[in-house]
Design a protein around this ligand. Structure first.
Ligand SMILES: Cc1cc2nc3c(=O)[nH]c(=O)nc-3n(C[C@H](O)[C@H](O)[C@H](O)COP(=O)(O)OP(=O)(O)OC[C@H]3O[C@@H](n4cnc5c(N)ncnc54)[C@H](O)[C@@H]3O)c2cc1C
Length: 560
């Protein structure tokens, strides 16, 4: 008798634009029809590639990793980095599709950032975090523009924003040193003037874009005081005309939990020639425009990875049978996926709200209040979506059972890659403290409350009206919590993460509610309403009155 062998059909991806209800519905609401019509073909093309050839190549290259070649055959130190074939292809697509160029060409005015990030969102999950060097490239172009350094703007920005792959440059952002990534003011790299040229000496501990042609970095001009203000922002070109590294040695590539295709290096700067971008101090302040952009890329990457995990999990649920029925027909499995979908939809609308504000600010169309709002919501969205993506992808892995834990399904990689998103560009805690600075007292919180009321002013469905009251109560409770603790710095700091996440979840819920009402009115689609109900039920107010002394006792727990 023939043996029966069961082969499980794997999950499949469709065109990732056509298949994405949330993105399409959002673009329908947020963009004028003519803008949407102009960009739709490009989005559909990117969605097709992301669900087909790029995804196939990504799975096929699962075990291919970047290599550092330190020596050539004749004993010359070369420190060459070979990136993966998918990364080379991603670079070409990024240039040709204008993933950096679009917001600088600004063909669609304030909507250009929505156009760019909709493409980035489709591109990211199938290109092994090539979005990392792109984020820094976009951030560098923004920081150079903000610096007003005409010579550097003229020299570097046309390369960073080029559509021709032969001209296109990417940029690194070298901040973190072994002494501090969050506390970057402890940096030990020094800058010396030698024969009229600045030369940098020091060690950069995490540099993810060493294959890039340039970098923006921090160093302390000799004689400057310690701390962040004593650092200056420098522009470095990594290689000379012959392609040799400019007095830079790559000590090694990091052996990392995830982002394995990103060549993150430890560098030694042995007198690397550099140019001052702004003045000889205040480097941390001057690099801030770069960080605002890279943090927005981080939020977009988080929603993109959540969406990829859900697309695969939903498809698999239709193909996998257990106890006589497809998982897609099991109420409890559906309930689990629904919770993840609600987190994703809330994160999506929050992220694209930041994107919209950024686009408006860059087009000179943001009011002073919208500029303040952008400063506040950028770190809040980054930290909120960074936590969400890890939680969602952990559940996505579980939703595949044992297959989710097996490397050649490509699923574990999603979770490992996601885990970097709450760490780089500012950890959750560090951005929570940044949120306290950004809100600038109760005034900032009142602005957030006003904005939330404005966002939700059109909701009429009774459930959404109830939810909007909940959002208002949560934001008011957050303001009272903040005012109460303003006199007690330690208590305010101890609660900063729960405070920032409360703000993040409340704003995300407001935005999801607005979309839900719009979808009811224009698409007769109740799914965003269902997502809003779920997200509201999962809790927004995390400000339980927890005691800092308890925290100290628990954190220092030991056998003694
Ligand atoms: C894959 C990868 C790639 C990277 N690429 C780059 C790159 O290209 N360029 C670059 O410059 N950096 C890069 N980084 C570095 C990254 O930005 C830093 O690791 C990050 O900012 C944290 O800094 P740290 O490692 O020094 O951690 P620390 O600052 O030592 O933080 C340790 C812990 O302490 C917490 N903490 C710190 N300060 C406080 C505080 N005041 N209150 C409460 N908690 C606090 C943090 O939240 C964290 O949990 C990369 C990191 C990774 C993992």
């Amino acid at each position: 008798m023939a043996r029966m062998i069961f082969i499980q059909p794997p999950p499949q991806l469709e065109n990732q634009y056509h298949d994405d209800r949330v993105l399409r519905s959002y673009l329908h609401r947020a963009l004028p029809d003519d803008v949407r019509a102009e960009i739709e073909l490009q989005l559909a093309g990117m969605g097709e590639r992301a669900g087909a050839d790029l995804y196939v190549q990504q799975l096929a290259e699962r075990n291919v990793e970047p290599r550092l070649i330190q020596w050539d055959a004749w004993g010359n130190r070369v420190d060459r980095i070979e990136v993966t074939p998918l990364w080379r292809e991603a670079e070409r697509i990024a240039a040709e599709d204008g993933l950096i160029a679009i917001p600088y060409e600004r063909s669609h005015g304030a909507y250009s950032r929505i156009h760019q990030f909709a493409l980035v969102y489709l591109f990211t999950p199938s290109t092994d975090l090539y979005s990392c060097p792109l984020a820094m490239t976009d951030g560098a172009a923004a920081a150079l523009h903000a610096s007003g350094n005409a010579a550097l703007i003229e020299h570097a920005v046309p390369r960073l924003t080029a559509r021709d792959p032969a001209i296109f440059w990417t940029s690194g952002q070298w901040m973190t040193e072994a002494s501090g990534g969050s506390d970057v003011g402890t940096s030990l790299t020094v800058a010396r003037q030698e024969q009229g040229t600045w030369k940098l000496y020091g060690r950069k501990w995490f540099t993810s874009a060493i294959a890039s042609q340039m970098a923006l970095t921090l160093a302390r001009p000799e004689g400057n005081p310690p701390g962040g203000r004593g650092l200056a922002l420098f522009y470095v070109e990594t290689r000379d005309a012959e392609g040799r590294l400019n007095s830079i040695a790559v000590n090694r590539l990091k052996d990392k939990l995830g982002t394995r295709k990103v060549p993150t290096a430890e560098l030694e700067l042995n007198g690397a020639p550099a140019q001052l971008v702004c003045g000889p101090s205040d480097g941390v302040k001057n690099i801030a425009p770069m960080l605002n952009v890279t943090r927005t890329w981080n939020s977009v990457s988080a929603v993109a990875l959540m969406r990829r995990g859900l697309a695969l999990a939903r498809d698999y649920a239709r193909r996998r049978v257990a106890f006589g029925a497809a998982l897609a027909d099991k109420p409890l499995h559906l309930d689990t996926l629904a919770g993840l979908q609600a987190e994703f939809e809330a994160a999506f609308h929050f992220t694209f709200f930041v994107v919209e504000l950024l686009g408006r600010a860059e087009a000179g169309q943001a009011s002073a209040q919208q500029a303040d709002l952008l400063r506040m919501v950028t770190p809040i969205a980054k930290l909120t979506t960074g936590r969400q993506v890890v939680a969602v992808l952990s559940e996505v892995v579980e939703s595949f059972g044992g297959a989710g834990y097996v490397e050649d399904t490509g699923l574990p990689m999603l979770l490992r890659d996601a885990q970097v998103l709450p760490i780089w560009e500012g950890t959750t805690n560090v951005l929570s403290l940044d949120t306290l600075r950004a809100i600038d007292g109760a005034r900032g919180l009142e602005l957030l409350e006003r904005e939330a009321r404005y966002i939700m002013q059109g909701v009429r469905h009774p459930d959404l009206v109830r939810i909007s009251a909940r959002v208002e109560q949560t934001l008011e409770a957050a303001r009272l919590w903040f005012v109460e603790r303003s006199q007690n710095a330690a208590s305010l700091e101890a609660g900063a993460r729960r405070f920032a996440l409360t703000l993040g979840r409340a704003i995300a819920l407001a935005l999801l509610s607005r979309q839900a009402q719009w979808s009811l009115d224009h698409e007769r689609d109740e799914r965003p309403l269902a997502a809003a109900r779920r997200f509201a039920a999962s809790g927004t107010n995390l400000l339980a009155d927890l005691d800092a002394t308890d925290a100290r006792m628990l954190a220092r727990d030991s056998a003694a």
